[in-house]
Design a protein. Sequence first.
Lengths: 339, 339
Amino acid sequence: MTRTTRIVSLNRYLPTGRVEPEHFTIRTKELPDLTDGEMLLRPIAFSVDATLRGQLTGQDNYFAPQVPLGEAVTGIAVSEVVESRHPDHQPGDRVVGLVEWADLSVWPPRTDWIGLTKLDPRVRKPSHALGVYGLLGGLTAHTGIIEAGQVTAGETVAVSAAAGNVGSLAGQIARIRGARVIGLAGSEQKRKILTEDLGFDAAVDYRAPDLAEQLRALAPDGPDLYFDSVGGRVSQTVMGLMRRPARVVVCGLISTYDDDTAWTVNIKPLFANGLTLQGYTPVQFHDALPAALDHLVDWVETGQLIPLETERHGLEALPGAISGLYRGENIGKMVVTVP
Amino acid sequence: MTRTTRIVSLNRYLPTGRVEPEHFTIRTKELPDLTDGEMLLRPIAFSVDATLRGQLTGQDNYFAPQVPLGEAVTGIAVSEVVESRHPDHQPGDRVVGLVEWADLSVWPPRTDWIGLTKLDPRVRKPSHALGVYGLLGGLTAHTGIIEAGQVTAGETVAVSAAAGNVGSLAGQIARIRGARVIGLAGSEQKRKILTEDLGFDAAVDYRAPDLAEQLRALAPDGPDLYFDSVGGRVSQTVMGLMRRPARVVVCGLISTYDDDTAWTVNIKPLFANGLTLQGYTPVQFHDALPAALDHLVDWVETGQLIPLETERHGLEALPGAISGLYRGENIGKMVVTVP
């Protein structure tokens, strides 16, 4: 008996421009029989990540492979094992890894650049494995602030996309580390959450025409560290205000994903102010990751670190969720759960 | 009796474009009488530095002040004290500091952003105080390789403008530190000096159409450190080839001085390759400077570090010397001496 599943497939490539829900179609496909080493997984929480943008351009110059047209988008998810021909995993196990955006997904999917792990038993809510404990979430924030950023007590740290998943965690980790934290966020609601719920010292609107003046008033000597996941005009402004020698730590450049020219940066402030601009990925600090995860679990359990989530429901919510992510509709981790 | 001196004065500002000898005029001006704290200096060795470019734009956004039109260019020089109303310096003393480009210069000049020091008695040739022992020379190279670059034995270091003053010293210091050194230089003669006289492991033509392939052949994993004083297209190429995580240390961007748009860098390789781009000036590492000078003296005395110089003669040679510097006419330190 053939079994089928719904998948979210890509209609066309977008070298530049904004990702819209209509770039995706939900369709049905047949599931193959499992061979040795394979499993059938049922995703229960999909991670919606900005990094997907680089897999939708049709240009093979990204660290992750392009999504083939008409085939399922792949992404990280927490899944339940439905059937297993893999020696290490039994039906009912919960695992974290790359799956197709589908009701049911054969693992490994057509390409796997992540690897599969069992869900850590300390994770109380499955989606936390994607957000606060995720490689592209808490571990990116932790390694960025601690390893790349080397933040010390008393420093001033500015954080872009501060109400996003990585930014909200990076700012809180800097605060736990004893730094003064200024968050950049685009809505009144987000800024209120940063200062009232997450303990940020200040929050400013990155769209404000007097952004430079506001930042100068909050930090007359300038920030010591700028934790950036956005890039573009805002970052250029912040870079011009930093005290010397200061550090800019870059874990992503979400403002540039729709516009390839926005990857260019005028580095005059770097040179003139003795700044250091460091691009990094958490994988680069792999030896530090187990201890980082221990810290994150401890901080969440003791209430020092608050994981924010924007949760949507059902496979059909995925196209709108990824599109909404680039519009800043999320507060904290954007996740799509399936009951 | 009024005394006069010849000065090299600036005719017009150059926001962009190439510095030519005709942008300067040699004219005569009267010397004022000295007041308390002042001295009359006779420069015997003028330092010809790329940093002057930023003082010729007419735009007041540089770390050093603009040269007023019709007045003397100022620059670092070794001088003899002719007359002194300064308590610390007697006639006949040799000092290093900012002077007017003139036969005789009243110190302090109209602005002094450097400070005056006595010529270190260990300096055997006055011009060495400007090159191998100079703040914009050996001390920039030393702090760039050791403090900013943190070069360790066995690493591969690429150096731009490797036959220039800072580049030739930076490459040699990296070699002394146990690194493998690849120099970029624009002429056959320069490349020959690098590999045959200065102990560079390889030298390549930065203008070669197959620059990337040549570098890949010399360093299949890519350089660990790129010591850059040039910027622009060449740096972009090197940044795309480096192993991760690697460092780019920037002490100047000579290719951009004539063209403000060239300050922009596509930082995709930084982000994608986990690179760190660090702008620095030696002043930032002021605590390390005395020990750095001791190292430099020791290495020169023991023949491990060879200071290269391009020496021209007489005040009237200064306009051609600064213009020639931007054309790459120098090998090592460009200096104008006065007998």
